[in-house]
Design a protein around this ligand. Structure first.
Ligand SMILES: [Zn+2]
Length: 244
């Protein structure tokens, strides 16, 4: 069934069906759940992608300016998201993108030469004029990651549950690998409405978490990863200059 045929089926669904990752509301049928989700099927610059054969390029580095935030964490039912206080940003190619929130997928959404990682963290940023930029961090099983200890035992286990803990302060800078080379491409949100024009920066170096840290997340959410999408001729670059 092509996208137009799928779109004609939109009306067959009730508007109360929320998108998710089950057979009845998952990535295969997102575009059928609402006309606003059309790009999830018809888009040609979609994310995530399989990262394979990136072209090395000298690209302007990303400047990270992340400040600390108090913990405000929410289980949306489809991910666990940490809202970020105003004032943190990245700058790339002369544009500042403000950090709004970060959240997690398990397993990873991007694959590297066909291989999934245990998890993936997305730091979502927006510029003054509304352009989105996402930093993706792949997560593999390994050593305990003490930077996550501050808030990992506050993961809200129930959909809709939130936790606001003012005396827990964290800084997203501590969650990043020390080496900050990135794969770069133009893609989309990996969740409905799958809007395009999103600048993707996936760090080439994964971070590690212990098996039990990963298990703690997977016990709450597992399978919230959209399958990889075709590249459709887009450029996939890897920067040879590191962020300062
Ligand atoms: Zn995401």
């Amino acid at each position: 069934m092509n996208c137009n045929q799928k779109q004609k089926k939109v009306a067959q669904y009730t508007k109360t069906v929320c998108w998710g990752y089950e057979a009845e509301n998952g990535p295969d049928v997102w575009a059928q759940l609402s006309p606003e989700y059309r790009l999830c099927c018809a888009g040609i610059h979609q994310s995530p992608i399989d990262i394979v054969n990136p072209t090395p390029a000298e690209l302007s580095p990303i400047t990270f300016n992340y400040c600390s935030t108090s913990l405000n964490i929410h289980n949306t039912g489809n991910t666990i998201e940490v809202a970020y206080q105003e004032g943190s940003w990245i700058e790339v190619d002369g544009t500042k993108y403000h950090l709004l929130q970060f959240h997690f997928h398990a397993p990873s959404e991007h694959t590297v030469i066909g291989n999934l990682y245990d998890m993936e963290m997305h730091l979502v940023h927006r510029s003054e004029d509304g352009a989105l930029a996402v930093i993706g961090v792949l997560i593999k099983s390994g050593s305990v990651n003490t930077a996550f200890n501050t808030f990992w035992h506050h993961l809200p286990s129930v959909s809709g549950e939130s936790a606001q803990v003012n005396d827990i302060v964290l800084n997203a800078a501590d969650l990043l690998p020390s080496t900050k080379h990135t794969y770069r491409y133009e893609g989309s949100l990996t969740t409905p409405p799958c809007s395009e024009g999103v600048k993707w920066f996936v760090l080439t170096t994964p971070i590690e978490m212990s098996h039990s840290q990963i298990a703690a997340f997977k016990a709450i959410l597992y399978g919230n990863n959209r399958p990889v999408q075709p590249l459709n001729g887009r450029k996939l670059l890897v920067d040879t200059t590191e962020a300062p």
